[in-house]
Design a protein around this ligand. Structure first.
Ligand code: NAD
Length: 497
């Protein structure tokens, strides 16, 4: 059986006989399709050292050469995205069209990074003081560690590495050990695009690899995406080690439906955003907050649509694939059990499933729970599965208060035809990414992606100008070329004159 190994210094690292190995499943069949090497601290340090040694020459490589390579990467990715999508579907399970969508959203960040010369431009002020000019520059940081979750094995790394590399940093990527192959595929694509060896490295592994990245003194920055407890841990460890950190965590996204909303649009959105990728998206809708009279009709419309979804192997004519592991599938089903016991009404029961797939994959059907109360675990916890909970509230204010009381603040959406209500909501809601009649408001690459509260630790969001700032640091240079008018010693604090 094939083993996915590390990618260090522009080539696949030779396999180690004594390596710890993890199983990689095809979640649609439940079978192990390959194994992945789990790096020791020494192997991770080797990758970091290569990246650190490559940094001085890469940062000195001209902007036109750097962007030329990023541009070639974009062209190759665009030509061969089907290959990457097939890898994602095999190891993650999401349906092929969804995997292609993931690649396209990642590609948008690559396109954004092609504009890095413009984005890195500093300012220049002539004659700030008499005969004195001031200008600013932004310079790369060094080795950027990127630690990714299983649910977007291509897009999430691409939120970061195109900008990091274009800005002149070198990278060590640690993908999820559950779906590791997409990272190696992208590493080979970089080589084909002409990226010098050592700029982009991949190590596979678990806590041991992550801990090494968080503490090694040669790592300058850490970009992490994953569950909230690990994001918090990463943030604390890496900032204590003096690194710049952005750690994006979990989510519990609400969709507020006002009585004047178009309920067909809202039901379409709830189904697409609740069950797409089997609910394993950080921007998935998990709680539908039905205001006043809309609940009965909305629940009926969601149920009617969700019943028609085809569940099965993502390489077939299906709408929704499996969950990532059998353990996770059982955990999600456990939340449905707990919700039912606590008094939620099971409108659609996804525990009863006959998928269009061979073998015994990790499937659940779309599940719809009504009459969910805010103290039920199905509401309080991030479930990360195809489970939509309907919480009924009286009035906009109660809905808003519910959303703002939630410890997560990643994404939210309001469905209404009242522009004033939508404007009030976007002003008052304590969430980082907001949709108005749009259920998964993932910002375009030239804006920045990130949540509030327990959905992000650190100040800087991913990609867009915040991403450029994260991967660079500023310098301001004050210049005077001596001329006959220089004024001799001046021990007072410099002021403009
Ligand atoms: P996870 O936290 O289990 O794993 C994320 C990464 O951390 C992986 O690379 C994993 O190997 C590593 N890791 C796991 N346990 C660790 C430990 N004890 N110490 C150090 N490192 C560890 O997350 P996941 O299950 O892969 O991904 C799903 C989670 O990611 C969900 O909570 C989801 O909301 C979140 N997510 C958030 C965003 C966002 O933008 N906020 C985007 C995608 C996913």
């Amino acid at each position: 059986m094939q083993t996915v190994g590390h990618w260090i210094n522009g080539q696949a690292a030779p396999p180690r006989q004594d390596a710890r190995l993890g199983d990689v499943y095809n979640p649609a069949t439940g079978k192990v399709v390959r194994r992945v090497e789990l790096a020791t601290a020494d192997q991770v340090r080797e990758a970091i050292t290569v990246a650190a040694q490559t940094f001085p020459t890469w940062r000195e490589t001209s902007l036109s050469k750097r962007t030329g390579i990023v541009f070639r990467f974009r062209e190759l990715l665009n030509e061969r995205k089907d290959e990457l999508a097939a890898i994602i579907t095999e190891e993650h399970g999401k349906v092929l069209s969804d995997a292609l969508g993931e690649v396209s959203r990642g590609q948008e960040v690559v396109e954004f990074a092609c504009g890095i010369p413009h984005l890195l431009k500093g300012g220049f002020t002539e004659n700030a003081s008499t005969g004195v000019d001031v200008h600013s520059v932004r310079q790369p940081l060094g080795v950027s560690a990127i630690i990714a979750p299983f649910n977007f094995p291509a897009m999430v790394p691409m939120w970061f590495f195109p900008v990091a590399i274009a800005a002149g940093n070198t990278v060590v990527l640690k993908p999820s050990e559950k779906d590791p192959s997409a990272a190696n595929w992208m590493a080979e694509l970089w080589r084909e695009a002409g990226l010098p060896d050592g700029v982009f490295n991949v190590v596979h592994g678990d806590k041991e690899a992550v801990d090494t990245l968080l503490t090694d003194p040669q790592v300058a920055s850490v970009s992490f995406v994953g569950s909230t407890p690990i994001a918090k841990y990463v943030y604390e460890q890496a900032t204590a080690a003096g690194k710049r950190v952005q750690a994006l965590g979990g989510a519990k996204n609400h969709m507020l439906v006002l009585p004047d909303a178009d309920l067909d649009l809202a039901a379409d959105a709830a189904v697409s955003a609740g069950y797409g990728a089997a609910g394993e998206r950080c921007m998935a809708i998990s709680a539908v907050v039905a205001v006043d009279s809309v609940a009965d009709e909305l629940v009926a419309k969601i149920a009617e649509r969700a019943k028609g979804l085809r569940v099965g192997d993502g390489t077939r004519e299906t709408d929704m694939g499996p969950l990532i592991t059998g353990e996770h599938r059982d955990r999600v089903a456990g939340y449905v059990d707990a919700g039912e016991q606590a008094g939620a009404e099971v409108v659609l029961d996804g525990r009863d499933v006959e998928p269009d797939a061979d073998g015994s994959g990790f499937f659940l059907n779309p599940t719809l729970l009504d009459q969910v109360k805010p103290d039920m675990t199905v509401y309080t916890d991030e479930i990360f599965g195809p489970v939509l909970s309907v919480v009924r509230v009286e009035g906009y204010e109660e809905g808003l208060a519910l959303i703002n009381a939630n410890p997560y603040g990643n994404g939210t959406a309001i469905f209404t035809n009242d522009g004033g209500a939508a404007r009030k909501f976007q002003n008052e809601v304590e969430v980082g990414m907001i949709g108005v009649n749009v259920p998964i408001p993932v910002p375009m690459s030239y804006y920045s992606f990130g949540g509030w509260k327990n959905s992000l630790f650190g100040d800087t969001h991913a990609h867009g100008m915040e991403g450029v700032h994260f991967f660079t640091r500023g310098k301001v240079v004050t210049t005077r070329w001596l001329d006959p008018s220089h004024a001799g010693l001046q021990l007072g604090f410099p002021t403009n004159a």
